[in-house]
Ligand binder design. Structure first.
Ligand code: GLC
Length: 447
């Protein structure tokens, strides 16, 4: 039986959720889930810190500082720090971050980034500190945050057109989300993977996968998708994560809608941080930030009344709807009219409003699978971002309703990686950190 909101014993749930965070605590960072995810991930740590701030605010700060400690000398914050226990083992060699001179010497990291929610986590922690403590905290992180945002707006916007580009779907955090999968099939499917597909060898390759040993295969990426993501990663590694080499002769770079919406909001939060400590945002960055807000509107498709991601090279919109379509609410800069159109999608049970919203793709999409990994299942981090966006766009009632259904979903203390949007069945890894952390935050704070 699933719990309904009035039956939830909040104290008991909070206890269970805190236990998950304690289980995944490795001292100075939190793993997303035991075994399956043994390293530190960028946006996972930000979401974890947002929950941890209610339990142990010093520890929440440590989580963010460790992540920023892995910043490359060019400003990039990598999406993963390879854990010491795994140092020089398979995962470190898989990335070989040391091939790029900007990577730190003493630790191994990935060579790509993830959605920039660091300013969000910083401000959320700041909210619960006294004014003098907040200023100290902001002073500590601001120089690195600034450098990261400058890197995003410069290296990742080489033509200074306003939108940042991403070079791997892992950078969006929504690994196999349909718009990226569609582009991958069109532009970056190596012949050997096509052969594997034709010769039906995927079944044999599946035997070597780590994730499907623990989690039912139908809840993960299919093997062809997984192989394609690895093949894109190998190309980035061959190019030693050098953006000029990566972009030459490649059509596989996307100005991702969700990533850019998250950047817009976090730019705004960076401004807040700067203001609190009486720092000036450099002129160049100031102009770039404005331009990103304006350029978001070029992702609007007037025919289908939706925002989409865009191919960086051809500039064509990738008209494949996904949860990214709702993220302009989190950006918070769109017109009232467009916000209203997006909210309608959330109200529609055949689109993004089934029993346990918000599905990672619309229920009516041909990609929709009830427990599909980023292809139908409901995730707590995207819900949290949408709740926050709804509030700032003036949709308090919608935000409250989504907050309640999200708490209800996790309500029995099952801190799973994702859930069926139709009936709430849990899926993916157990004891998943951001599910626990963000539910703590929704219960304690986000009212
Ligand atoms: C998967 C998710 C990504 C997350 C990572 C660690 O790759 O798609 O968003 O950061 O796992 O939890």
């Amino acid at each position: 039986m699933r719990y309904t909101s009035h039956m939830i014993d909040e104290a008991e749930i909070l206890d269970n959720l805190q236990r998950v965070l304690a289980l995944n605590d490795r001292g100075d960072f939190t793993v997303p889930a035991p075994e399956l995810y043994p390293h530190q991930w960028l946006w996972d740590s930000c979401f974890t810190a947002i929950g941890l701030r209610h339990i142990n605010i010093d520890r929440a700060q440590v989580e963010i500082l460790r992540m920023l400690g892995a910043q490359w000398s060019n400003g990039m914050v990598p999406n993963m720090i390879i854990s010491d226990e795994h140092h020089n083992t398979r995962d470190a060699k898989f990335w070989r971050s040391w091939t790029n001179p900007a990577a730190p010497f003493e630790i191994s990291t990935s060579g790509i980034t993830q959605p920039p929610v660091l300013a969000e986590a910083t401000v959320r922690i700041g909210e619960l500190l006294s004014k003098p403590e907040r200023r100290l905290w902001y002073k500590k992180v601001y120089p690195r945050l600034l450098k990261y945002h400058e890197w995003l707006h410069t290296e990742r916007d080489p033509h200074q057109e306003g939108l940042t580009l991403q070079i791997h779907p892992w950078e969006t955090g929504l690994d196999n989300t349909p718009p990226w999968m569609k582009e991958l099939h069109e532009h970056q499917m190596p012949l050997w993977i096509q052969a594997v597909e034709k010769l039906k060898l995927a079944g044999i390759i599946k035997l070597f996968r780590r994730d499907t040993k623990r989690i039912p295969a139908e809840q993960r990426l299919d093997t062809i998708e997984a192989l394609s993501l690895y093949s894109v990663q190998r190309r980035l590694r061959r190019k030693m994560y050098d953006i000029n080499r990566i972009l030459s002769h490649s059509h596989f770079a996307i100005e991702d809608l969700s990533f850019n919406c998250i950047l817009i909001r976090n730019d705004q939060l960076l401004r807040e941080i700067a203001k609190t400590i009486k720092e000036e945002i450099p002129d160049k960055l100031d102009v770039q930030m404005h331009k990103t807000i304006e350029s978001l509107e070029s992702l609007w498709d007037p025919y289908s009344n939706q925002y989409y991601s865009r191919n960086f090279v051809t500039h064509s919109l990738i008209k494949e709807p996904s949860i990214a379509s709702l993220m302009p609410l989190y950006a918070g800069t769109i017109s009232k009219e467009r916000a209203k159109i997006i909210v309608k999608q959330l109200e529609n049970e055949h689109a993004y409003g089934p029993n346990y919203p918000v599905p990672s793709v619309s229920v009516e999409s041909p990609w929709f699978k009830e427990l599909g990994y980023w292809q139908g299942s409901t995730w707590i981090n995207t819900n949290w971002l949408i709740i926050d966006g709804l509030r700032r766009c003036g949709y308090e009632d919608h935000a409250d309703a989504l907050r309640e259904s999200t708490i209800e979903l996790v309500g029995n203390g099952d801190s799973y990686e994702y859930f069926s949007s139709l009936d709430g069945t849990p899926g993916g890894a157990e004891n998943f950190s951001w599910t626990a952390a963000l539910t703590i935050d929704l219960i304690k704070y986000n009212k």
